[in-house]
Design a protein around this ligand. Structure first.
Ligand code: SF4
Length: 450
């Protein structure tokens, strides 16, 4: 009589790289356990965590309280990811329902957790950071990629791990270690398999994705390999650092429609004094030069960014400079946050968190208001235009409508009635834009038949 396989449950928090790490965990564990989407049915519960801001930690403490009753019933709970690496053994001594902690570079140890004899003294922390680990021999299948995804036309593939930039506010270099990249052949193989299963778009992931380097291959060479060796229709990447934006990358994006005209360019702050204290290694002038370079050469490009307000020592004049650069760069979208001090970062060691919370909130509100107004204006420029968009899935708000995406990543919601072809995720449709908000475009089939 075959023993019933043990069951594991994974819950993922934070960025797309964490989602990919959860795919790796699932792939490693499927050797000797089955994945369940019901925490109550699991022998082992894994929370794959984030440490980017304090509220990420608070979310996990709250979740652990909710899962406490399952732990009492004998389920093992493991904390994976950046929070485990950031708080380390402190987590084990906080009287929380936690059996083990495991950093992003130690996921291979999961199989040991399942092989453990119940009587053996559990090894509770796996926190080695590696200079070489890329998990390139553990390639998630299409089924792994699409397990939790509604939109099955797009997949996220990690190509690079770790970061060497040590921006003063950032915890990532301490939780994900030094930069290392997967071999081109491993990435091309994964993308080929995804294409064979109907995936149309791939988002290449890394903490500092455009510093990709494997042997002699640089990021631009990886893109060229994917363009030459696969038939993936759309290639995107996230998250780059402005300092690694070589001319040949912009030239390739300008020349190759499959290397999509969407660029995420984290600014973080607009004043040179703040950028220096953040250790971002570029000036506002250099940053704006890249924006201008991309905009002048890549047709219909959409540019997004990340911004932090209230970084220690940020004067009102410094903040005004951030508003100014945001205005000059005219971003299509922006991810905007108030500074959240992280344990162990350079800023935590050097600078007191001296901007009052109320002031941070006020600056953030002003920044968001201005950015939303700009985003609306940029989207309104599309009204009356006919665009080509890739169908993704039914609209979450109104199932009678569908969501699709332009190559530059802009989302468009449309009513498929009148389309002269069946509505299928992954198909390209021609739509006339007849409305816009700061977040999405609205449209209808360009050649609507009555
Ligand atoms: S480049 Fe990004 S991930 Fe790396 S330290 Fe800076 S903010 Fe963090």
């Amino acid at each position: 009589m075959t023993a019933t396989k043990k069951q594991f449950y994974i819950e993922t928090y934070g960025c797309a790289m964490n989602e990919y790490d959860s795919l790796l965990a699932g792939k490693i564990l499927e050797q000797n356990a089955a994945q369940t989407s019901d925490a109550a049915a699991a022998d082992v519960i894994l929370l794959n965590t984030c440490a980017i801001r304090e509220n990420a930690h608070q979310t996990i403490y709250k979740r652990l309280k909710e899962l406490g009753h399952l732990h009492k019933r004998g389920a093992k709970i493991g904390i994976l990811g950046c929070m485990a690496q950031n708080l380390r053994e402190d987590l084990l001594y906080e009287n929380l329902p936690i059996d083990f902690i495991m950093g992003p570079d130690a996921i291979r140890n999961l199989s040991a957790i399942f092989a453990e004899k119940p009587e053996s003294e559990p090894n509770r922390s796996f926190l080695n950071l590696s200079r070489t680990e890329t998990y390139d021999d553990i390639v998630p299948s299409f089924e792994h990629h699409m397990r939790e995804r509604e939109n099955k036309t797009t997949a996220f593939v990690t190509i690079q791990r770790g970061c060497d930039n040590f921006c003063a506010f950032c915890v990532v270099p301490y939780t994900r270690g030094r930069e290392r990249s997967r071999p081109v052949i491993s990435i091309v193989g994964e993308v080929e398999n995804l294409v064979a299963n109907g995936v149309k778009s791939v988002v290449l992931l890394g903490q500092n994705v455009n510093s990709y380097r494997h042997e002699s291959a640089r990021f631009v060479n990886l893109i060229e390999a994917l363009l030459a060796k696969t038939t993936i229709e759309r290639i995107y990447f996230s998250s780059p650092h402005p300092k690694d934006f070589p001319d040949e990358l912009i030239a390739l994006m300008a020349a190759e429609p499959r290397f999509c005209n969407q660029v995420h360019l984290p600014l973080q702050a607009g004043g040179d004094a703040t950028l220096r204290r953040m250790k971002r290694n570029y000036t506002r002038a250099e940053f704006l030069k890249i924006v201008e370079n991309v905009r002048s050469r890549v047709a219909d490009v959409a540019i997004s960014t990340d911004v932090i307000v209230g970084f220690p020592g940020e004067s009102d004049a410094d903040f005004r400079q951030t508003l100014e650069v945001m205005q000059l760069a005219n971003f299509d979208t922006a991810f905007m946050f108030a500074y959240s001090e992280r344990k162990g970062t350079i800023a935590n060691r050097l600078y007191p968190d001296d901007i009052p919370e109320a002031e941070k909130k006020a600056r953030l509100a002003e920044l968001i208001e201005q950015q939303l107004a700009r985003a609306l204006k940029n989207n309104q420029k599309y009204i009356g235009r006919t665009v080509s968009a890739m169908v993704e899935q039914p609209s979450k708000r109104n199932p009678a409508e569908w969501a699709a995406r332009l190559t530059n990543g802009k989302k468009i919601i449309f009513d498929p009635r009148g389309l002269d072809l069946p509505i299928v995720a992954g198909n390209l449709v021609s739509l006339t834009v007849d409305g816009a908000s700061s977040q999405v475009l609205k449209g209808h089939p360009a050649h609507a038949t009555a």
